[in-house]
Design a protein around this ligand. Sequence first.
Ligand code: ADP
Ligand code: MG
Length: 241
Amino acid sequence: MSEILKIENISRSFKTGNRTLEILKGISLDIKAGEILAIAGPSGAGKSTLLHIMGLLDRPTSGRVLFRNKDLYALPGSEQARLRNSSFAFIFQFYHLIPELNILENILLPHMISNSILNWQIHRKALKAKAGKLIDKLGLSGRVFHKPNQLSGGEQQRVAIARALVTDPEVILCDEPTGNLDTNATMEIQNLISELNRQEGKTFIIVTHNENIARWSHRMIHLVDGQVTNNPDESCRDKSQ
Ligand code: ADP
Ligand code: MG
């Protein structure tokens, strides 16, 4: 498998008052296209910060992130914005759906934001058809005109997954995607991610507390205190080859 993301010696620090907090301390990581990589680690370890840096939502203090050999943080802002909207997508623990919009509108939101009004009018029909296909695939057919608060947690997360997929991203970055779900809904979301990975070759990077993910991800790394810990057992069980 080819490499899709290469993290080279990333550091990230935050200044608070006159103190500098070093959150990520020299992280290097290669991620293959079509891989499901799980990132585990205690709260405060820097997992979300790392995920944000991988998907152009933050920037490293030093180090490089190469996406298909492009140095992401050396690109002009307009190119970063284009990649952020087209190649990456995020799924969060608390879904981040817009409560006033119905399910169809929530799913189409990334296209509404990134298109001009003219472009939106030209492509509206095709995009609605695409959203419709995703709605069917994710088992949300009876929910199109519901508002998010009329849905269960598992259904809301499926809407967030549909919203993530509607732009055809290559890399889907998930921050504790099942952290707020019961066991059944957790299994549903896991099966969905596995299926999307197998059928469409999407790359998933999943921050999780769920130890169960070790069974179905291809590889798992541990982040502790801003560093990837060496865990020889984990590197032996790379199933993505
Ligand atoms: P995790 O996702 O592993 O729980 P985070 O990446 O959210 O960890 O945060 C790691 C540490 O960085 C935490 O101590 C958090 O308070 C700190 N942190 C994250 N973002 C900022 C910020 N914008 N400013 C200051 N500190 C931050
Ligand atoms: Mg976090």
